[in-house]
Design a protein around this ligand. Sequence first.
Ligand code: NAD
Length: 367
Amino acid sequence: MKNYQIAIMEGDGIGPEIVRETVKVLEAVQRKCPALSLSFKPLPVGLSAYEQHGSTLPKETLESLKQCDAGVLGPVTTHIYEVHDPNMVNPSGKLRKQLDLYANIRPSRNFPGVPGRYDNVDMVIVRENTEGMYADRSLYEGDGEVMPTPDTVMSFRVVTRKASERLAKVGFELAEHRRRSVAVIHKMNVLRRGCGLFVDSCRQIAKQYEDVAVSDYHIDAFSMFMVQKPEQYDVVVTTNMFGDILSDLAAGLVGGLGLAPGLNLGDHFMLAQATHGSAPDIAGKNIANPIAEILSAKLMLEWLGIRNKDEQAITAAALIEMAVERTLLKGVKTGDLGGSATTGQFGDELVRQLENIEIREVTRWNK
Ligand code: NAD
């Protein structure tokens, strides 16, 4: 039986609260699936790591991560990190780059018991995660932004064929197991070379997936279509910043950021991380919605299962999603979804639901 070593990094703001519930759920699913073996390794990142170890991403954390199979990362309050302090790096961006977690998979779908603006949204945004517009990950060294005068800033955007093609491959493979449709999002009419290279790379990969329908849209028009008829989109493949923005939009269509999970996927490692940030406005109040982080861990188990041909991990992932649905259907929700449950109460009810599900029900549901 394979043992998965899972790094646990709480992060800032609501991070410790939602990661605590996530671990609680992972421990519960492990009790339920005895053939699933997980061990947890807490590692410091973020502001508390800076206070205790002098860095928001201590070297020891990075080294220890390389010994793990996967990780769960809470959000980080990067907007207050000091730009000129080399020990205050954005752990989230740095880890994606350092561990080559090139595809950020961000699903959005309707959940029973959560009224949304639409009924049948079920899309996955597959976002390039290692280059693009974001200053902290677009170059080998340096931060990709140059300030020639106090009143002028130039920001670089990097697009490579290698990163675009490997991202597209993840998107098309995912589409093959879903509704067989990929939308490629770009701004090729203006960013002719950068977006041109991205779209061309996606089209090259598309040739290997003849059974998957491909379309492409300018980001501005697509934003409108997403609001008007989101039900028609399946897998959306796009560059880093466009994907970051569109995934928050997608979360807004189905009930909000509290429901928006994410997985940073590389060839050798993966990091579960909700789409949302550290929500400083509600941090420390025990009212944050832990679903996004819990479902990120669910995605992690699913992909660990697929990669290791481990049916138990895939079943465990389905079990978690089913328990989330049952908890919501029971009306137990946090404030962002109109409920009154605390973060801890939601987690406790989710564990109760999970414990009451028969494994044979899960298998049936998963099919
Ligand atoms: P945010 O996602 O933290 O919050 C936006 C709004 O959504 C807030 O009203 C917040 O209360 C709410 N919200 C978010 N997650 C929620 C949850 N789980 N339950 C209930 N409500 C939730 O975005 P922001 O306010 O723009 O950014 C706050 C900080 O997070 C900034 O420092 C930003 O840099 C950082 N950030 C980090 C990440 C990351 O670590 N991956 C991602 C985005 C933003």
